[in-house]
Design a binder for this molecule. Structure first.
Ligand SMILES: Nc1ncnc2c1ncn2[C@@H]1O[C@H](COP(=O)(O)OP(=O)(O)OP(=O)(O)O)[C@@H](O)[C@H]1O
Ligand SMILES: [Mg+2]
Length: 294
């Protein structure tokens, strides 16, 4: 390190903005419907009404947000990711779905199932969903620049503004010390291309069920705009069965939003249900159920 006084100043003027000018590029706060019943009302914005600020539901996740969707195995992460994909495609959006876990043909079959359950015709969505099969290609999985080049190609060709990665964890398998830099690279890329994105991230069994921690430590949660956590509990005690008002041996599924830096949001733990058609629905706050008599 030399003497600072001998240095020529190197000012990064292009990174200095007056608020007024930064606002010109700032996105308006808008909701992006998820296709998950009960979820879109849990994000809020503030509006003035009769001279007072009031809380209004956003009607979806905030546009251009990168959302981390985390939970243990079999908690409903892929179902939510698929419902979001199908819903957005049915609204005419191009959606880029990066599959890291199962090959594209399996995801395609699953998306068709989801569409059927949601009452959406397959013809309405088949040309709006672009699958990147990283499950079948180790170069896409292991080499971040190759994946980002491929993504840029998809964004340019199809004009996509919605991205799903199932899962981001699969992109740092066996190299969790790189989790932070990999998630950061994808997060920045989503921002650059104005994507509304869902990153699915897996939890390890050592993690506490409803915490935001996922594989790679807290790396994912700190970088993204918002985290949604899913958990499930098998009820194996009579007293828990009584307080949840379910039968011994039933599964209770829970959902919560662990922060969102783009807008206000509900902070309660909610019951969650997976219907027999394979659709996730967010239920009432857990506290309301526990308070109910009988
Ligand atoms: N078509 C379906 N019909 C009914 N239930 C389904 C259907 N598909 C999935 N489920 C239920 O939803 C659960 C969650 O599935 P999902 O694939 O979303 O889990 P996940 O959180 O992505 O798990 P993983 O981390 O293993 O990928 C399944 O274990 C199953 O109980
Ligand atoms: Mg899954």
């Amino acid at each position: 390190m030399g003497d600072f006084r001998e240095r020529e100043p190197q000012v990064m003027k292009e990174n200095v903005y007056l608020l007024k000018d930064a606002m010109e590029k700032a996105p308006r706060l808008r909701g992006v419907p998820t296709g998950v019943k009960g979820l879109d009302e849990l994000f809020f914005k503030v509006e003035w009404e009769n001279g007072k600020p009031v809380r209004k539901p956003l009607g979806g996740i905030p546009e251009y947000a990168v959302i981390n969707l985390t939970g243990m195995p079999d908690t409903g992460k892929s179902l939510i990711a698929e419902q979001f994909t199908v819903k957005q495609a049915s609204l005419g959006q191009k959606v880029c779905f990066i599959t890291v876990e199962s090959p594209a043909s399996f995801v395609a079959a699953s998306l068709r199932e989801r569409a059927t359950a949601m009452g959406i015709e397959f013809e309405k969505i088949e040309n709006n969903i672009i699958l990147i099969d990283a499950a079948s290609n180790s170069r896409l999985r292991d080499d971040v620049p190759t994946m980002l080049d491929t993504l840029a190609y998809v964004y340019r060709t199809y004009k996509a503004h919605r991205t799903v990665i199932d899962s981001i964890t699969g992109l740092f398998e066996a190299k969790e010390m790189l989790a932070r830099s990999i998630v950061r690279a994808f997060f920045n890329f989503m921002k650059k291309w104005y994507q509304t994105a869902i990153f699915v991230s897996q939890k390890r069994s050592g993690h506490e069920g409803l915490s935001a921690e996922a594989a790679g430590g807290y790396a994912v949660g700190h970088i993204v705009d918002s985290t949604m956590v899913l958990s499930k509990e098998v009820i194996l005690s009579e007293s828990r069965a009584r307080s949840y008002k379910v039968d011994f041996g039933d599964i209770v599924r829970l959902f919560r939003i662990d922060g969102c830096r783009m807008c206000g949001h509900d902070t309660k733990v909610h019951l969650m249900n997976i219907t027999e058609l394979g659709l996730v629905e967010i239920g009432p706050p857990l506290v309301e159920v526990l308070k109910r008599k009988g």
